[in-house]
Design a protein around this ligand. Structure first.
Ligand code: G1P
Length: 302
């Protein structure tokens, strides 16, 4: 099974930094954001490659995932084996690329990788959300397996006024992940059968407050339906709309996840907070991170 990672956007919210550096290449601690997403995608058993959908204007993504043996040997000669290993690790990940030649929406980006999925189910991981524990895709695969290979999305509850930022699901409780039998309907581990999906509804039109967090396991039918999907919200070809059409012919499930299991790196402030929180939680960085802050009198909200 392949995992598709759309990464063709302009990175508008991070301009001017993203004028020359794709937003996916911005670092979180010592690695670019996209590497966390690729590693998360490759975590579950059965996923054997990641397909990054990018635009021709972002060659840095391709170079990053190429091996660089001369840099590796230079580092080894200089006694920097740890850095050499890190360079090798990035270059040896099973990553392939497809281009989205025009910015026509998420559904169009996913469809641009159709040939890579070989008619099988596939994962989609949106790159603005980093899940260091890599747990969500495995949970979705478990739910899918329990329901005959059905499509599954990860959802989380949001404040009613925030629904218009997301894809929102309608449905009914249909069970739980093993070990989560007693959780309430909107708590992590609850499983829903989806009866409808709507992209960025007005709060008064939202069928629930469960939003799609950006992790999908989709059937080949959804990929097929994307081929003739009409533009929807914002004039873009929406993945949500093709998923909604698939409901006429197939079941689809949602698994509730804790939104705090991931970090939002899609805005400058989200990205900054992600770096601070992950540095504080990582033993390789925590001590020096706090020392650098303490040196300036600590961090208090003014
Ligand atoms: C996309 C999807 C939306 C989903 C969201 C998660 O929207 O279209 O359904 O809820 O990602 O981040 P975007 O954020 O690209 O507008």
């Amino acid at each position: 099974m392949k995992a598709i990672i759309p990464a063709a956007g302009l990175g508008t919210r991070f301009l001017p930094s993203t004028k020359c550096t794709p937003k996916e290449m911005l670092p979180v601690l010592d690695k670019p954001v996209i590497q966390y997403v690729v590693e998360e995608a490759l975590e579950p058993d059965g996923v054997d490659g990641a397909i990054i959908v990018t635009s021709p204007g972002k060659p840095e993504l391709l170079s990053y995932f190429q091996p660089d043996r001369s840099l590796e040997s230079l580092l080894r000669e200089r006694g920097k084996a740890g850095y050499a290993d890190a360079v090798a690790e990035a270059g040896d990940l099973p990553v392939d690329f497809r281009y989205q030649y025009e910015p026509r929406g998420l559904g169009h980006a996913i469809r641009s990788a159709a040939d890579a999925t070989a008619g099988e189910s596939f994962l989609v991981l949106l790159g603005d959300y980093v899940v260091p524990k890599r747990s969500i895709c495995t949970a979705m695969l478990e739910v899918s397996k329990a329901h005959g290979g059905a499509s599954v999305v990860a959802v989380a509850p949001c404040a009613p006024e925030d629904v218009s930022r997301y894809g929102v699901v309608a449905g009914e409780r249909a069970g739980s992940l093993p070990g989560f039998e007693n959780v309430a309907d909107e708590e992590p581990g609850a499983v829903w059968r989806i009866s409808g999906l709507v992209e960025k509804p007005a709060p008064e039109d939202a069928p629930s407050n469960l939003y799609i967090v950006g992790r999908y396991l989709l059937s080949p039918l959804v990929m097929d339906l994307l081929a003739d999907q009409e533009p929807g919200k914002g004039g873009e070809i929406q993945l949500t709309d093709a998923m909604a059409r698939s409901l006429d012919r197939e079941n689809m499930y949602a698994v509730v996840v804790d939104p705090l299991s991931g970090y939002d790196t899609g805005t400058p402030s989200g990205w900054m907070a992600t770096n601070a929180l992950m540095a504080a939680a990582d033993e390789r960085f925590a001590e020096d991170f706090w020392a650098a802050i303490d040196e300036r009198g600590g961090l208090t909200r003014s």
